[in-house]
Design a protein around this ligand. Structure first.
Ligand SMILES: NC(=O)c1ccc[n+]([C@@H]2O[C@H](COP(=O)([O-])OP(=O)(O)OC[C@H]3O[C@@H](n4cnc5c(N)ncnc54)[C@H](OP(=O)(O)O)[C@@H]3O)[C@@H](O)[C@H]2O)c1
Length: 254
């Protein structure tokens, strides 16, 4: 089966492409580096010829609700329109657990993305995952700091590789609508994950846990972003993932 992965060069996109290829499918990588742009539409229709599904794992780094809504709104509309033109029958999107409940700027774009996909009239599947194990590394960033401010946040981190495998399985099956949440095997505290990441990778800096104010801060603490009771759970723990990064000698940064 031929499947396109929009964002196939990103953290989870790379794993999705690998999982598709391991299972014997043809994976087409759509990203600006391969000449396909989900905002302008350039290169999309030609690349989508003969595809049975598109997996959308594109992203934008922003703390602005306007930027997030503009990115996910435009990307989703553009992709869906190219899929209609190329006769692609199945659109798969990776969303985030809590995207439609937790009032965050970034999540506002994800909630809009979900709504556009549900209303698209095409065959669709939405998989909501919790934060990846890589999220703690993304919070640390590349720059050395003496102090890392980390929100007080209960998270159920999952291996991006396992999310990629799940997306490949969804994309090569019939449209599922809203799938069961995908979460990691354990509930963890984000400041603790960052401390462990710094210690394991020999990075410097003290971690200060900051309780964020308002409804977003409460959502981070009260379980809104944890996988639901009927969730599918990944197997690799954060500790196992961290050990694997250090053994490989290549700690995963942002
Ligand atoms: N990170 C998490 O913990 C987490 C958890 C649950 C769900 N998610 C969701 O998973 C998705 C992927 O996240 P990620 O962390 O894997 O993203 P990422 O590593 O930041 O990768 C983003 C991808 O999008 C592509 N992209 C960006 N702008 C594009 C454009 N205009 N046209 C074509 N491609 C474009 C990038 O490639 P180029 O730069 O080459 O274009 C890259 O391949 C996001 O939608 C996110 O909301 C993330």
């Amino acid at each position: 089966m031929r499947v396109a992965v929009a964002g196939g060069t990103g953290v989870v996109g790379r794993h999705t492409v690998a999982a598709l290829r391991t299972a014997g499918h043809e994976a087409v990588v759509l990203s600006r580096s391969t000449g396909a742009d989900v905002l302008t539409g350039s290169g999309l229709v030609v690349a989508l010829a003969g595809c049975a599904a598109v997996v959308d794992v594109t992203s934008v780094q922003t703390t602005s609700g306007r930027v997030s809504r503009e990115f996910f709104g435009t990307a989703t509309r553009t992709l869906l329109s190219a899929e209609r033109e190329a006769d692609v029958p199945h659109h798969v999107v990776l969303s985030i657990v809590g995207a439609t409940e937790a009032p965050s700027a970034y999540y506002a774009g994800k909630a809009l993305q979900e709504r556009l996909v549900r209303e698209s009239g095409t065959g669709w599947s939405i998989l909501r995952a919790t934060q990846f194990h890589e999220f703690a590394a993304q919070l640390v960033g590349d720059r050395e700091k003496r102090l890392h401010l980390v929100p007080v946040m209960r998270s159920q981190p999952v291996a991006a590789a396992e999310v990629g495998e799940a997306l490949a399985a969804v994309a090569t099956g019939a449209p599922r609508g809203l799938d069961r949440d995908l979460g990691g095997p354990q509930v963890e505290e984000m400041p603790d994950l960052v401390r462990r990441y710094l210690a394991a990778t020999g990075r410097r800096g003290r971690v200060l846990a900051v309780p964020l104010p308002g409804r977003w801060g409460r959502a981070l603490r009260d379980g809104t972003i944890l996988a639901g009771p009927d969730a599918q759970l990944g197997e690799q723990t954060y500790a196992e993932w961290l050990t694997a990064q250090v053994v490989r000698g290549a700690p995963t940064g942002p």
